[in-house]
Design a protein around this ligand. Structure first.
Ligand SMILES: [Zn+2]
Length: 274
């Protein structure tokens, strides 16, 4: 009986483990939208922006050596009671995150690394679900998140479980996640104290930079304007200059996480980008 139970357990574990991949792939998850934003918050007039609304996105990178979840949505999965959409303030999500992850063949227990571009609550909604992964975070960001009185666009309850997570703490530095240059966390502070972006080398698409909130609108990139609510606007400008130089040298595409036009063109999980 014990042997049978063990055999069943082994079988179940084997079934739950996704097949290894030979090349890097990127899954895009849909985490809803933000509507009704005031362009003035971003130092624009309505006329200067092609599109004011945001899309909310998170990503799973699957590498032959493991997985990295980047960002975690704007609405907690537990708030979907009997289906969507769920509207919370200016944020609306049509579907929860974990079922999208499952559609790609993964559960949070399959996630090797978890990282967020930054602590704003439109990126942290399901962070607690990934506390069994190794959390990659900049020290300045973590210090703010678990400081005495974190203020601003922040909901500490959404990420409280990360406090005890195995953590790869970075000090304003980049981190080559799987050691082969294919998936690299890059420090880009300013929007928050330890904001970071993610560089991914895809076999067919080529190099891509997931920009987090380094920019929100494509028009920020062309005008050089930064939002009114940056943690440190000068630092944001310096990070933008550094990342722009990097993507030029790397020949990378830049995907602005909140940009509707960028994400409209991308396949969504369970499909993936190669
Ligand atoms: Zn955001």
């Amino acid at each position: 009986m014990a042997a049978f139970a063990l055999a069943m357990l082994t079988l179940t574990t084997a079934q739950q483990r996704p097949a290894a991949v030979k090349t890097v792939r990127l899954y895009v998850f849909e985490n809803g939208s933000i509507r009704g934003l005031d362009p003035k918050l971003f130092n624009f007039t309505r006329e200067e922006l092609k599109e004011v609304d945001f899309t909310n996105t998170s990503y799973l990178i699957v590498h032959p050596k493991g997985t990295l979840m980047f960002d975690s949505g704007a609405v907690e999965d537990s708030h979907f009671k009997g289906g969507g959409p769920v509207t919370e303030g200016i944020m609306t999500a049509t579907k929860p995150l974990l079922p999208q992850l499952a559609s790609a063949g993964y559960t949070p227990s399959n996630i090797t690394y978890f990282a967020m571009s930054h602590y704003h609550s439109d990126h942290t909604a399901n962070a607690n679900a990934f506390a069994s992964a190794t959390w990659i975070v900049q020290k300045a960001e973590r210090d703010f998140m678990f400081g005495d009185k974190p203020e601003g666009i922040i909901q500490p309850a959404q990420y409280s479980a990360l406090k005890g997570a195995k953590t790869k703490l970075l000090n304003n530095e980049d981190f080559d996640v799987f050691g082969d240059g294919a998936v690299v966390i890059k420090s880009a502070p300013g929007h928050t104290p330890g904001h970071q972006v993610l560089f991914v080398k895809l076999p067919k698409t080529g190099p891509v930079l997931l920009a987090g909130d380094l920019y929100h609108y494509p028009e920020e990139r062309t005008t050089g304007r930064v939002p009114t609510f940056e943690f440190n606007a000068e630092q944001s400008k310096a990070s933008r200059a550094k990342i722009e130089a990097f993507i030029k040298q790397a020949g990378a595409q830049l995907w602005i996480e909140h940009d509707i036009a960028t994400h409209a063109k991308l396949p969504k999980a369970p499909a993936f980008v190669e």
